[in-house]
Design a protein around this ligand. Structure first.
Ligand code: SF4
Ligand code: SF4
Length: 510
């Protein structure tokens, strides 16, 4: 059992809205990025004189650029429908973790500087000056939001707290208060090409090792190719897939799918990362620069198809942003985007999720499985928040829910759903998304995982579930860490293609 400096919440047999505990998470904050980390990603190194004016100017710029932000700040009627919908409130009882209260931290400042009433009668409309104390509150509570969008599902106006959080982080970055975890990773990605800072030769070695392991295990030469010009598919996957457990098991599975289907594919040392933390800090320029690596790699390698591995926020970026940001799929109209669009095969969705590819092959009878190889696993599925509420798969509404489940049922015999109010569009975030996957905020991560852990415990008790599949690298890393706090084995979490990998028939050993 993991040890911690805080009390892990008790798992109850049914969800209980906690009593409000004012300020109970006020001490939880991420490390502030150093001046070197900040300047490497183009932000000021620290808070300097005049930051208040600069922050308000930045807020004005964002309000001018993003109409949605202004609408969200204006539209809330404080009905309270969202107040008990955030996993961080349910796990902590801190009232500032209610989505409406989190929004209000920015709304109060917005009213003061951008509305007539707030400028002239601030007390009447709850408007406040942007002081250092207010900024400190932003730092604490906008870093306790994983941008999962669950609250927006329940808001009658569809107010998206995630967008407000992104704007707040963008404002804080612009005055020198950046988050060390996210900004350091963005810097590494720009410099080396992936979140882990894994250089090309190390990646090549890792993939060779993987080929040897799979050969030992199956007797079959399954390839994990890198930088192969003329391959049909470019696979872009989170860098954790290259070495972390259980992530690598899914990478092994992708390779087996391509092998069994006879599809030529490659990874790229240039686009060796699907993750895009530009999303977490709400910065579209970083979002674009990071995504551009994928376009460059696709053009250089001459591929016909771009496929994304198991990563929740990466799929959100790929599905919702790649088209207009860099022209992967329809959208971009600069010369490189046009060149790429004429290169990619229009018979396929661009980009394609690995689950879409695998499910299509299963439906066409291309892949065969020995389902009983997964008989020791009693499986449930955790919908990752970014896939569930910010993307889609396939041609039918809700394909992002049905396709991963269809794959699981095609490769395994024992599957049980968790409670309906905790899955699909109502799914709970794992607790570590949105740039919160760092150790100094482990308390909020553990407490934020409570609703998912309660739903998991219910199916463990009722059906003996021993494996929770998901399609997100952050969910895998987060649950590996927090499952033991709740008395579960860390091996309970794994990938959908980890299950595929075990059951797939590869043909005769060489
Ligand atoms: S963590 Fe999710 S549910 Fe909570 S406020 Fe942020 S977007 Fe809403
Ligand atoms: S549900 Fe929507 S309108 Fe109601 S308090 Fe929450 S954000 Fe405001």
């Amino acid at each position: 059992m993991a040890t911690a400096q805080f009390q892990t919440p008790e798992l109850k047999p049914y969800p209980v809205v906690p009593l409000v505990a004012e300020g109970t998470m006020a001490h939880s904050k991420p490390y502030v990025a150093s001046a070197a980390i900040q300047s490497a990603v183009g932000f000021p190194g620290e808070l300097t004189e005049g930051w208040e004016q600069r922050a308000i100017a930045k807020m004005g710029e964002l309000l001018g650029k993003y109409r949605s932000l202004e609408v969200y700040l204006d539209a809330c009627v404080h009905c309270g429908a969202c107040s008990d919908k955030c996993h961080y409130f349910l796990g902590t009882g801190d009232p500032k973790n209610m989505p409406v209260a989190r929004q209000d931290l920015m709304r109060q400042v917005y009213r003061r500087y951008f509305t007539f009433a707030g400028k002239h009668f601030p007390k009447l409309v709850g408007a406040v000056d942007l002081t250092k104390d207010v900024l400190d509150d932003w730092w604490v509570y906008y870093n306790q939001c994983s941008e999962c969008r669950r609250c927006s599902v329940f808001c009658p106006y569809g107010i998206d707290t995630a967008e407000i959080t992104m704007a707040a982080r963008e404002v804080m970055d612009s005055v020198g208060m950046g988050q060390k975890y996210s900004n350091e990773i963005i810097g590494k990605l720009h410099k080396i090409g992936n979140n882990l800072g894994l250089p090309g030769p190390a990646l090549e070695n890792t993939l060779q090792g993987l080929e040897e392991d799979v050969k030992d295990d199956t007797g079959v030469d399954v390839r994990y190719p890198l930088d192969v010009k003329g391959a049909e598919v470019l696979l872009v996957t989170p860098s954790a897939d290259f070495f972390a457990e259980p992530h690598v098991e899914s990478l092994i599975g992708y390779g087996k799918v391509f092998h069994a289907a006879g599809i030529s594919w490659t990874l790229s040392s240039k686009a060796s990362e699907a993750g895009n933390f530009g999303l977490f800090i709400g910065n579209y320029e970083h979002l674009r620069r990071i995504a551009l690596r994928v376009r460059e790699a696709a053009l250089e390698l001459g591929v016909k198809r771009i496929v994304v591995g198991e990563c929740g926020h990466a799929w959100r970026v790929a599905y919702s942003f790649w088209n207009t940001l860099v022209g992967i799929g329809a959208g971009g109209n600069d010369p490189f985007a046009i060149q790429l669009q004429s290169q990619l095969d229009p018979r396929h969705k661009q980009p394609t999720h690995i689950c879409e590819l695998t499910w299509d092959l299963i439906q066409r009878g291309v892949l065969k499985f020995d389902k009983e190889k997964n008989d020791d696993r009693i499986i449930t599925f955790h919908d990752s928040c970014n896939v569930a509420r910010a993307s889609r798969m396939g041609d039918e509404p809700g394909g992002q829910f049905t396709i991963p489940r269809n794959i699981i049922k095609a490769v395994a015999n024992h599957f049980h759903e968790m409670a309906p109010e905790t899955i699909c569009e109502s799914t709970y975030c794992c607790g570590g998304g949105g740039g919160l996957l760092s150790d100094e905020v482990i308390e909020i991560r553990v407490k934020g995982a409570l609703p998912r852990m309660e739903a998991l415990k219910a199916v463990v008790d009722r059906h003996g579930v021993n494996f929770m599949a998901c399609i997100c690298a952050i969910c895998k890393a987060q649950f590996t860490k927090v499952l033991p706090y709740y008395g579960f084995d860390m091996g309970v979490i794994g990938g959908v293609h980890q299950l595929v990998s075990r059951a797939i028939r590869l043909g005769e050993p060489n």
